[in-house]
Ligand binder design. Structure first.
Ligand SMILES: *Cc1c(COP(=O)(O)O)cnc(C)c1O
Length: 553
């Protein structure tokens, strides 16, 4: 027979009540048998006795002490707890260094001395120091310049340093700005400079472009294959950093929904991009950076040790690990997305970031973030229903977004096609190999790790590699200084294809110069890089960087 649910519950609660009654009756009856009044007297007199003896014992202490001891114990317990929290977050060594530094700074004059020294370093990092800003405009001109403004801008542009073929990464498109692919995307951008995909009812063109850029990028990375699950979706963002921020935030919120994780942690190799630190700072996630192995690859064992019930995400080559632990896996293909034809094998991947504005040869300010399925992406879309401005929904950090850049990315991808990218990749890979060979020919240098792609990093055991970098800078090269180990790298782009031999020659000459005449070069940054790498007080290095930025803009 069908029994209504409510009825069953009622029946059960009835039977509980009956049993409870039974117990009550039993206890009542036991009490009745003993002498209740006697018992009460006994208990209250022993309470009195306890109070009297406790009070007479405590009389020997000062009342103030009695008040202060528990209060200060509480205070010290809290202090100890926050100290333990700092140690567990920063590690014993850096916490100790910080404590020592904080005490040293209490000595009169020390803080002032440190500030002055810091300012000197900041000025040096800025090149000519404060004077650079002299003459910079601080107000609108009273009368507008009209069309003349373009001439003014042409003058300013002449002051940029010559980047053509000389910068690591930075400009990925081949040739000169006035022709070819450059003019094509410039024209595409200017056609759509007024558009904004926030108004998707008005600018249907750029909405379609965005969707197609995402789909075409996803297809490059295997979205058409069965293993992908057929649910891949994504958005365009302003760059790799925003793509990574989006992936981290969606993972955090997805894991909160799925596993109830409220104190999220994520684990990445020390070599992963600093955008993950930014994400951890913005979104309140504890970040574990674990060392890499001798080949500079992610150390799976070390990462495994940090996995716990609060882990929401890891990155890179750790598909299997993420999959078995049910955590999110972001793959940062910001650089490699348009070069490496892979990601097909990666089972546990939940999100991928790919910069179209690097090897995708799109205008700067374009990247794609892909999600495994719509559930993950939906965690991110912020919707506001109670705003007097109306119903609002937006998929990424920015509200208004530049339709021009989306159009530029679409133009770049459509004009190149699969064959265009293949041909470019062939040229860049070939140039990178030649460059790597060239570096290996210089006995004073060693190549860091095994360059699989288009980046070659090198250091030296016999000289200060940052001094070599300073000489290279004086020859017009702009390379990237790395630490742990101290080294410099070049990210090879189409700009370099025809200048590899010049690079190798300049590098070999620079090494000889430093070998013949070691020591810091006037105006060089080597001493600063060297010192910044070795300084035990990382908080100080952090302050330096913040001051540098604050003085720059
Ligand atoms: C460039 C890059 C980023 C960050 O991208 P931005 O466009 O500078 O924000 C992140 N990860 C990797 C691997 C990159 O190459």
């Amino acid at each position: 027979m069908f029994i209504p649910r409510q009825f069953k519950i009622k029946r059960i609660s009835n039977s509980i009540r009956i049993r409870l009654n039974h117990i009550q009756i039993q206890t009542l009856s036991t009490n009745l048998t003993s002498n209740t009044t006697m018992d009460f007297h006994h208990v209250s007199s022993s309470l009195h006795q306890f109070r009297a003896s406790a009070n007479s014992y405590l009389l020997q202490f000062e009342p103030l002490a009695l008040l202060l001891i528990p209060l200060s114990t509480l205070f010290f317990a809290r202090l100890l707890r926050s100290m333990l929290a700092v140690v567990s977050e920063k590690g014993l060594k850096s916490s100790a260094v910080e404590l020592v530094m904080a005490s040293v700074k209490l000595v009169p004059g020390v803080q002032r001395y440190i500030d002055a020294e810091k300012q000197k370093v900041v000025d040096k990092l800025q090149g000519s120091g404060k004077s650079k800003r002299d003459g910079w405009r601080t107000e609108l001109p009273m009368a507008g310049l009209g069309g003349e403004v373009i001439d003014k801008m042409k003058d300013e542009k002449l002051k940029d340093v010559a980047w053509q073929g000389k910068c690591s990464g930075t400009v990925y498109i081949a040739g000169s700005e006035q022709e070819g692919h450059f003019s094509l995307i410039n024209e595409a951008c200017s056609m759509f400079a007024h558009t904004n995909p926030l108004h998707l009812d008005v600018f249907q063109s750029v909405v379609k472009f965005e969707s197609e850029v995402v789909a075409m990028t996803a297809a490059l990375l295997g979205s058409k294959e069965k293993a992908s699950g057929g649910q891949i979706c994504g958005n365009m963002t302003s760059g790799g950093t925003e793509s990574i921020l989006m992936a981290v935030k969606s993972s955090r919120d997805y894991m909160k929904t799925k596993k109830g994780i409220t104190n999220p942690e994520m684990i990445i190799p020390v070599s992963a991009h600093s955008a993950y630190d930014k994400a951890a700072q913005y979104f309140k996630i504890k970040l574990w950076r674990v060392p890499v192995d001798q080949d500079f690859k992610a150390d799976v064992k070390a990462i495994k040790r940090h996995i716990n019930r609060n882990t929401i995400m890891t990155s890179m080559e750790l598909g299997e690990l993420a999959y078995t632990h049910g955590i999110c896996l972001h793959v940062d293909l910001c650089l490699g997305g348009f070069v490496l034809p892979f990601a097909r094998k990666l089972g546990g991947v939940t999100s991928i970031s790919v910069d179209v504005h690097k090897y995708g040869l799109a205008p700067k300010g374009t990247s794609v973030v892909l999600y495994r399925d719509h559930d993950i992406r939906k965690e991110l879309t912020s919707s506001v229903t109670e705003w007097t401005g109306g119903l609002y929904v937006s998929p990424t950090i920015a509200g208004s977004r530049p339709g021009a850049l989306i159009a530029g990315a679409w133009a770049a991808m459509m004009s190149l096609g699969l064959e265009g990218y293949l041909e470019n990749t062939r040229k860049i890979m070939e140039a990178s190999k030649r460059l790597e060979e060239g570096v290996r020919q210089i006995p004073e240098l060693f190549v860091v790790g095994r360059p699989d792609m288009t980046l070659v990093a090198f250091g030296s055991n016999s000289m200060d590699i940052f001094e070599v970098n300073d000489i290279m800078s004086s020859k017009g090269w702009h390379l990237n200084a790395l630490q742990r180990p101290n080294s410099i790298h070049i990210c090879v782009t189409l700009q370099h294809v025809n200048v590899i031999n010049d690079f190798i020659k300049d590098l070999a000459d620079s090494v000889q110069t430093v070998k013949a005449n070691p020591g810091p070069m006037k105006g060089g940054l080597a001493p600063i890089y060297g010192a910044a790498g070795k300084m035990p007080d990382r908080g100080m290095v952090q302050d330096l960087l913040v001051d540098f930025m604050d003085n720059s803009c």
